[in-house]
Design a protein around this ligand. Structure first.
Ligand code: C2O
Ligand code: CU
Ligand code: CU
Length: 493
C-alpha cells in the first residue's frame, strides 16, 4: 500500500511566553502556550538537514559506564532553547550494551525538580539501584544506577526516560529520552545484515517564541498533550540518505508522551522485523505500522529507484471526551523525514527468512485478573477536574495493587471504560497479546505497550518469571500516568 501524496505543513506558529505564566510561578523552562506575541519556528534552522545519529556510547569488556546529566538548555532545531537534554542533547546518547553486561549510569540531576531513570522494555531487576521506578533523585544530587542485563536478554531496541511520578510527561516532552540498544554479543553476527542501521527516536514538543517548552492546558493534559513539532533524533524533517537497493534497518521509537504514530513511507512497504525488542518469527511486509507511545518497531527498508520519499505519520484518532467534546487533533499527516534515494544501484544481501525468537511463556496459567482503566469527573489530581484511575484508584506507591509469586503465568484482561484509547504498559515482565476487542491480529511475541481501544479490552498473557520485586503498570499517555493512572505489582520471590 502506498500512502497518498501529502501536503507539507511547514508553517508552525507558536505562541510566545505570556507574562501571566511567569507571575504564576511556572518553573524556568516551561511557559504557558497562551499569551500575546508569536514566535515562528517554521524555518527551523535544521529542517531538511541530513539525519544524524545521537552520540553512541558502547559497552566494553562487559560494562558501560556513563554519566547522564539532565539539564535545561539543550540546543534544538539549530537554536539555543530551554528544552531539556541529557548531556546537553535531545535525544540523549544512544546506549549500546550486550546481553550479560552491566549498565552503570550516574544520573546527575541539574533540573529544578526531582527525576530518575527508567530503562523501558529491559528485562532487568526492578530492585535496588536497578530499573526501580520508586527511586528519586533530587535537584542538585546524583545517583549511581547499576543495571545488570541477563546473559540471555533478547537483542533489540529499547529506550530510557525519566519516571518520577507527577513530572514524567513534562520531562519527556521537555526532551529527556534516549535510545538503548541491546546488540548481539561481540563477535556474533547481527541478525540482519544491512547497509545502514539507524535509530529514529521520534519525540514531539511545543516551544514558545522565546524557546521555552510550552505548558499544556488542562484540556491538553486530560487528552494527553501532542507537541506541534514532531522531531526525529531531535531534528525537524531530516533527510535520510539511501542508495537504490541497499537495505536499511530503522529502529523507530515512539518517544512522544501521547501521540500515536501510524508510520508509512511513500512508495515503499516496510518489512516489520521486530516489535518492542522482540523479533517477529516471520518478518511482515506492511504499508503502515502503528506505534503507541513507548512502542518500538524495527523495520527493513528496501529503497527502490532514485527519488524523494516522505516518511509520514498518518492521522490517528485516539478518541474523544464523549459528552465533553474535545477530540484528539491529529487530522493531517505529519512529515517525519524524507528518504532521498540517490547514486548507483547496490545489491542487497539476502534477508533471513526467519530469526530465533524468544520462548513464549510456558506453564499453566495460575491466575486471571481484570484491570480497568477509567476516566471520570471528580476532584482528582488530573487536569480539568478529571480523574484518571486504574480500578477506581489513583496511584499510591506504598500500596500493592497486585501480588503474585515469582514464576506465575497469568492472564490479564485490561478493559478501558473511557472513550479515549489508553496504551497499557508493564515494566520488567513483557506480555503476549492473546486477543483484543477490535480484533487486531496479535503479533505473537512479547511486547511491553499495547493500545486498549476506547470502550474495549485487550487480553494479555504475562509470565512473572526471572525477577522478583515491585514495579508498575500504567497508561503510557504520560499525562494520564502523572495524574494517577498507574498501579503497582509485587512479585514475591
Ligand atoms: Cu516508558 Cu513506565 O514507562
Ligand atoms: Cu517502561
Ligand atoms: Cu491514558
Amino acid at each position: 500500500m502506498t500512502p497518498a501524496p501529502i501536503s507539507r505543513r511547514h508553517a508552525i506558529t507558536l505562541g510566545a511566553l505570556g507574562a501571566t505564566a511567569v507571575a504564576s510561578g511556572v518553573t524556568g523552562w516551561m511557559a504557558s502556550s497562551r499569551g500575546p506575541g508569536s514566535g515562528d519556528w517554521s524555518d527551523a534552522a535544521d529542517t531538511g538537514a541530513e539525519l544524524t545519529q545521537p552520540t553512541r556510547l558502547d559497552s566494553r569488556d562487559g560494562r558501560l559506564q556513563v554519566q547522564l546529566t539532565a539539564a535545561a538548555g539543550a540546543r534544538l532545531i539549530g537554536r539555543e532553547t530551554h528544552a531539556l537534554g541529557y548531556n546537553g542533547s535531545l535525544p540523549g546518547p544512544t546506549l549500546k550494551v550486550h546481553p550479560g553486561d552491566e549498565l552503570a549510569v550516574r544520573l546527575v540531576n541539574q533540573l529544578d525538580q526531582p527525576t530518575n531513570l527508567h530503562t523501558h522494555g529491559l528485562r532487568v531487576s526492578p530492585l535496588g539501584n536497578s530499573d526501580n521506578p520508586f527511586l528519586r533523585v533530587d535537584p542538585g544530587t546524583s545517583l549511581d544506577y547499576s543495571i545488570r542485563i541477563p546473559p540471555d536478554h533478547p537483542t533489540g531496541t529499547f529506550w530510557y526516560h525519566p519516571h518520577h511520578h507527577g513530572v514524567v510527561a513534562d520531562q519527556i516532552f521537555g526532551g529527556l529520552a534516549g535510545a538503548l540498544l541491546v546488540d548481539p554479543a561481540p563477535g556474533q553476527q547481527p541478525e540482519f545484515a544491512v547497509a545502514a542501521d539507524r535509530v529514529l527516536l521520534v519525540t514531539d514538543i511545543t516551544l514558545t517564541g522565546d524557546g521555552r517548552v510550552a505548558r499544556p492546558s488542562a484540556m491538553e493534559r486530560a487528552m494527553g498533550r501532542e507537541g506541534q513539532l514532531v522531531l526525529v533524533n531531535g531534528q525537524h524533517q531530516p533527510a535520510i540518505a539511501a542508495a537504490p537497493g541497499a537495505l536499511q534497518r530503522w529502529r523507530i521509537i515512539n518517544g512522544c508522551v501521547s501521540r500515536v504514530l501510524v508510520v508509512a513511507l511513500q512508495g515503499h512497504d516496510l518489512l516489520h522485523i521486530a516489535q518492542d525488542g522482540s523479533y517477529l518469527p516471520r518478518p511482515a511486509r506492511t504499508g503502515q505500522l502503528m506505534l503507541a507511545p513507548g512502542n518500538r518497531a524495527d523495520v527493513i527498508v528496501h529503497p527502490a529507484a532514485p527519488g524523494r520519499f516522505e516518511l509520514i505519520t498518518e492521522p490517528f484518532q485516539r478518541g474523544g471526551m464523549g459528552m465533553m467534546g474535545g477530540g484528539t487533533d491529529s487530522s493531517e499527516p505529519v512529515t517525519l523525514a524524507t528518504m532521498t534515494v540517490d547514486g548507483p544501484p547496490a545489491s542487497a544481501a539476502p534477508l533471513p527468512a526467519s530469526v530465533p525468537v524468544e520462548a513464549r511463556p510456558a506453564g499453566p496459567v495460575v491466575a486471571q485478573r481484570q484491570i480497568a482503566f477509567q476516566m471520570g469527573m471528580g476532584m482528582g489530581m488530573g487536569g480539568g477536574g478529571m480523574t484518571f484511575t486504574i480500578d477506581g484508584r489513583i496511584f499510591d506507591p506504598t500500596r500493592d495493587d497486585q501480588s503474585t509469586t515469582l514464576g506465575s503465568v497469568e492472564d490479564w484482561t485490561v478493559t478501558n471504560t473511557s472513550t479515549l484509547a489508553h496504551p497499557f504498559h508493564l515494566h520488567v515482565w513483557p506480555f503476549t497479546v492473546l486477543a483484543s476487542s477490535d480484533n487486531t491480529p496479535p503479533l505473537g511475541v512479547p511486547q511491553d505497550v499495547v493500545l486498549i481501544p476506547p470502550q474495549g479490552w485487550v487480553r494479555l498473557r504475562i509470565a512473572f518469571t526471572r525477577f522478583a520485586g515491585r514495579s508498575v503498570y500504567h497508561c503510557h499517555i504520560l499525562d494520564h500516568e502523572d495524574a494517577g493512572m498507574m498501579a503497582t505489582v509485587n512479585v514475591h520471590g
